[in-house]
Design a binder for this molecule. Structure first.
Ligand code: SF4
Length: 326
């Protein structure tokens, strides 16, 4: 299957007081229609900055300094998003790339009704008449299973529950039928049952609209439930990527192993949960060699000196480690 979005060598830096903090350090992945890729890792590993880089919405003083983000256009050749003028990129956002942001309460404007906010997302891209837009908004609210969409249209965000607000955010992201949906921690603020419903909704809409989905999360349970493929990030690099089932069954990177061991499993004998030792270093002190070596139980001499090159350890299974797990 041809990828709809191909990311290669992406680097995003933050320049703060003459220091350069490399938040994303050469990231490669691709997204295919009808598939969900999970981007997982601890807080501060660069997941959200990667997602924002795809949209070219990195806040200052952040800057994309290298790489390529190519969007497939059926009929035409691929479009390099990083070199587009901002005016053109504005038309791509929403229309080709939709994004669900982390916090539905802060992402929705409290002084506009939800109907107005979804309507605005359509109006920016499509010159439809008033009645057609209203019908489209109500259709979208129905698609995201918001109960009684005709009257919800006139509600303000504070009148909705957390799950309902997230459904509105999804409706806004889907307003112009994008090819790629980027969901940044879409269920973090929700309780577990609502979380499961929102993840199910995203999967169903992905299939219906034939979108590619990038699901950014720190939650391995969400990854297991909602993705076909997963990429594990550590200090701005993807250190392991594989089909989700394979990665959970046979992780090859010691960091992935540590993350999996730190999660309790249903039905498992009582055991002390393992934690990845130490803390994530700051971006201003990224260790030389393999950046995970100060925390790695398998680290050898070479790990302190040389960054491991990516290698294949199985079909579609890539890892950056000098001594991958069997
Ligand atoms: Fe650990 Fe070395 Fe592999 Fe890095 S390269 S993860 S330090 S074994």
């Amino acid at each position: 299957m041809n990828p709809v979005l191909e990311v290669s060598g992406l680097r995003t830096h933050f320049g703060i007081e003459k220091r350069v903090l490399p938040a994303v350090r050469g990231v490669d992945f691709s997204l295919s229609r009808g598939r969900t890729l999970g981007l997982v890792g601890e807080s501060g590993c660069g997941k959200t900055v990667t997602a924002l880089s795809l949209m070219r919405l990195v806040p200052r003083p952040g800057r994309i300094v290298a790489g390529s983000v190519r969007l497939d256009r059926s009929g035409g050749g691929p479009l390099e998003l990083l070199s587009l003028p901002e005016s053109r990129m504005r038309r791509i956002r929403g229309r080709e790339l939709g994004m669900i942001f982390q916090e539905p309460m802060t992402s929705l404007n409290p002084v506009f009704t939800i109907g107005e906010q979804v309507r605005e997302a359509i109006r920016v891209h499509e010159p439809l008449g008033k009645k057609a837009v209203r019908e489209r908004v109500i259709g979208l609210l129905r698609d995201v299973n918001l109960p009684d969409p005709e009257s919800r249209y006139f509600d303000y965000p504070h009148q909705l529950s957390g799950g309902q607000r997230q459904r509105v955010m999804i409706a806004i992201a889907l307003a112009c039928n994008p090819k790629v949906l980027i969901a940044d921690e879409p269920t973090t603020a929700l309780d577990v049952t609502v979380q499961a419903r929102i993840l199910g909704l995203i999967s169903r809409l992905r299939d219906r609209y034939e979108m590619a989905v990038l699901l950014v999360t720190h939650d391995l349970g969400v990854v297991a439930q909602a993705t076909e493929r997963v990429a594990v990030m550590y200090l701005g690099r993807i250190v392991e990527a594989a089909a989700t089932r394979r990665l959970f069954k046979a992780p090859a990177h010691p960091y992935t192993r540590g993350l999996l061991d730190s999660v309790p499993r249903l039905g498992e004998e009582k055991r002390r949960l393992a934690a990845v030792r130490g803390a994530v270093p700051t971006l201003s002190r990224i260790p030389a060699g393999c950046s995970f070596h100060p925390r790695c139980p398998r680290a050898g001499e070479v790990c302190r000196r040389e960054s491991p090159a990516p290698r294949e350890v199985g079909e579609g299974h890539r890892v950056e480690c000098h001594f991958p797990l069997e």
